[in-house]
Design a protein around this ligand. Structure first.
Ligand SMILES: [Zn+2]
Length: 321
């Protein structure tokens, strides 16, 4: 059979219209594949795993048979496969069993990242792409006998250790990473989230301002009931690790302080760790929030549950660039 590759969508569509049996079997295959993907995604493989595998094999044979009759090759509808391992089926057969291909793992990871609130840009921000070169090796932190680069290296190690402990189901203390804007705090917050997701740990990443505005919009008329305040609070209050990025004082009204305290208190009661990043040292957070008692309670909860890390001192050579 000629290896006829055809990139012309119109021709492919015509073929499928002329041969409804081909269209049917391909649709059935896709449906079967989607069902299996969902089962794997939900960590809930169907109880009789042999059965769908047989259905799948049967449908593929049927499709093969139709293609043969029509003189079409297996890849008649495409110019090439993006994954040659599984020929874009996302599953590979091993000893009669259908197992997810490595390309599916990638898709799975991306989907988890999206659900956790990680943007495509942040998906690239990992421990591996975090460079200590940006931090001044020759500038010493006032009052301390080590450089900003050494400090950044400590922060990185603390973040990695946090991931290791959470993955080992220990309950580590949370982290409060502070420093001026543009010092790599969000990169580390993303790296922690990505590393935990890769280990199948439940994570929610949320910018503090986005958390507060999602609460505000939950009060609007006709808003999605699955996004009500109590749902958001319950969800973020019970997730294994919460990453609250960019805790800034400008976001806080007395209402916001109250809501924020409610969330961190939920996690405190449940003994769940939270990672915060902020451009304000914790000692100054309360006076900067400036709303009295409630902000003092926030600071004391964070102090009680988190280790504090300064991340600062971008090397002057990188500022010039
Ligand atoms: Zn593949």
């Amino acid at each position: 059979m000629p290896d006829w590759k055809n990139n012309d969508e119109q021709v492919v569509n015509q073929l499928r219209q002329q041969h409804p049996e081909l269209q049917q079997v391909e649709a059935a295959l896709l449906k079967e594949l989607a069902t299996q993907l969902l089962a794997v995604y939900a960590h809930n493989p169907t109880p009789h795993s042999q059965e769908p595998a047989e259905r799948f094999t049967h449908l593929r044979q049927e499709r093969q048979h139709i293609l043969q009759k029509l003189g079409l090759s297996d890849n008649y509808a495409q110019t090439g496969y993006s994954c040659p391992l599984c020929r874009d089926m996302m599953f590979i057969e091993k000893g009669g069993e259908w197992l997810p291909c490595s390309c599916w793992e990638e898709v799975h990871q991306q989907r988890k990242q999206q659900q956790a609130g990680i943007s495509p840009k942040m998906q690239q921000q990992t421990f591996a792409t975090f460079s200590l070169d940006y931090y001044a090796p020759d500038k010493y932190i006032p009052g301390r006998n080590y450089s900003y680069q050494e400090q950044a290296s400590r922060v990185l190690a603390a973040c990695q250790e946090f991931v290791v402990k959470v993955t080992a189901r220990e309950k580590p203390r949370g982290l409060y990473i502070y420093g001026d804007t543009g010092r790599g705090k969000t990169h580390l917050a993303a790296a922690i989230s990505n590393a935990l997701l890769a280990q199948e740990v439940e994570v929610s990443y949320v910018a503090t301002s986005a958390f507060l505005s999602s609460l505000r919009s939950s009060y609007e008329e006709g808003s999605d009931p699955s996004q009500s305040e109590s749902h958001i609070m319950a969800e973020l209050g019970r997730v294994t690790v919460l990453v609250l990025d960019d805790l800034g004082v400008d976001q806080f009204t007395p209402w916001a302080v109250e809501k924020f305290y409610h969330l961190i208190n939920l996690r405190y009661m449940a003994g769940l760790p939270t990672v915060y990043t902020s451009n304000i040292p914790l000692a100054d957070l309360d006076s900067n929030m400036g709303v009295g008692g409630a902000s003092i309670r926030i600071v004391s909860r964070i102090a009680e549950t988190c280790d504090l890390y300064l991340l600062d001192g971008i090397d002057i050579r990188f500022w010039k660039k």
